[in-house]
Write a protein that binds this ligand. Structure first.
Ligand code: SF4
Length: 397
């Protein structure tokens, strides 16, 4: 028989430098890291510790905390100590915003990574006449930024810690806005200006993000950033996200459209899904995006048909039962199909198949091979027996 040539279906990830953040590494071929942010007040030490634990326990690998004042910065020292006493070290990131140098220098002592927003880190007074910046004016402000950023860069460099240069479409610096407009180009130039200052101080533990709430803007910004970095020989890992994605189904779809598209192109080393919901809700979405692209496998992959007039049993009910019995078996692919009309190939080469065969009976498959037919009411039990017989079963915790 004719054979089709092998087609490469793997995603070839962009090669980036490894950047350590506590005991997790971003980039350098490491699995895409899942992160989120607590929404407790950082001054509430016990509440923040509980929020960080909650997130970490369900798979959030790096946790971000906001630091709007010096007092919040100092509270982070207590948060870190409490985590160490009562739980375990969790890689922490401090989010520093407006005129944040003093705060950033304080928190740099307590966290593994500091996130700064170039548009907010150094206050740029808008020009009163709103005219374009001359080159001299542009560079003068650039010099001021360099002087403001230097102490933080040196502190992080000397401590071996990381920095995220987190550009946001909605908060571009005045000067970038005037010169490049409200564009992906302005976002990229803003990031590059900060990167170059860091490089001039021999500091390269950098992670870059260019988030926007509109997916096409975010896509264009990350793609342009990759192109510019490639041209400049830079290999910094990228943190992906769609800001203000909202909530519910649309928030998840919008995040997936942005993050998933770039990941499929090999772009991205860490992700955050930003939902207007408790942060714990973001974590399963992150893992589902990564699993659906084959970038990480952290749960059972269920392949199921949508059901139709040919379906021989209640597919939704059976899928639910199969899921309840097997969802702890990380690493398996299990198919639940209403009938076999399109052949076992439809099961996308699942490890096991549960397939409607004739009224009242289902067939169990191992790969493409039918193993046995059993009455429908014994289907789930027999599926478990088959998995056990193959030595692939573990008891749920
Ligand atoms: Fe219908 Fe069978 Fe296709 Fe399921 S697998 S949608 S039951 S034809």
């Amino acid at each position: 028989p004719e054979t089709t040539p092998a087609f490469d279906t793997t995603i070839h990830r962009r090669q980036t430098r490894p950047v350590p953040v506590g005991n997790v590494t971003i980039g350098g071929g490491h699995p895409v890291v899942v992160q989120s942010m607590i929404n407790e007040d950082t001054l509430d030490v016990e509440g923040s510790v509980a929020g960080i634990r909650r997130l970490h326990e369900i798979g959030c690998e790096i946790v971000r905390v906001t630091v709007p004042s010096m007092a919040h910065g100092r509270a982070l020292a207590d948060i870190k100590a409490r985590l160490q006493e009562t739980y375990q070290p969790v890689p922490l990131v401090a989010d520093v915003h407006h005129n944040g140098l003093k705060i950033a220098l304080e928190v740099a002592k307590h966290v593994d990574k500091v996130r700064i927003n170039p548009g907010l880190y150094v206050f740029e007074k808008p020009k009163p006449d709103r005219t374009e910046y001359t080159e001299a004016e542009f560079n003068e402000i650039g010099q001021k930024i360099r002087e403001t950023l230097e102490p933080l860069v040196i502190s992080l460099r000397d401590q071996g810690k990381a920095m995220r240069i987190g550009v946001n479409h909605g908060s571009l610096a005045e000067r970038m806005l005037f010169t490049y407009g409200d564009t992906p180009e302005g976002m990229v130039e803003s990031a590059l200006e900060f990167i170059k200052i860091c490089e001039s101080l021999d500091y390269r533990n950098l992670i870059i993000s260019l988030k926007a709430s509109r997916v096409p803007v975010m896509l264009a910004a990350y793609r342009l950033m990759v192109k510019r970095m490639d041209d400049l020989g830079m290999d910094y890992p990228l943190h992906l996200g769609v800001t203000e994605a909202g909530d519910g189904e649309y928030g998840r779809i919008k995040s997936t459209a942005g993050i998933g598209t770039l990941l499929a192109e090999g772009i991205g080393d860490t992700i955050r899904v930003s939902l207007t919901e408790p942060p714990e809700k973001e974590i399963p979405v992150c893992y589902s995006i990564l699993q659906s692209l084959g970038l990480r496998k952290t749960m059972v992959e269920y392949v199921a048909c949508p059901s139709c007039g040919r379906t021989l049993f209640n597919l939704e009910e059976v899928l639910e039962k199969v899921r309840a019995a097997t969802s702890h078996l990380t690493g398996l692919d299990i198919a639940v199909m209403g009938c076999i009309v399109n052949g076992p190939g439809e099961m996308a080469d699942a490890d096991y198949g549960y397939v409607g065969k004739q009224a009242g009976y289902i067939a169990l498959y191992r790969g493409r091979e039918e193993i046995k037919r059993v009455p429908e009411e014994k289907g789930v039990e027999e599926l478990i027996n088959l998995i056990k017989a193959d030595g692939r079963w573990v008891d749920p915790e």
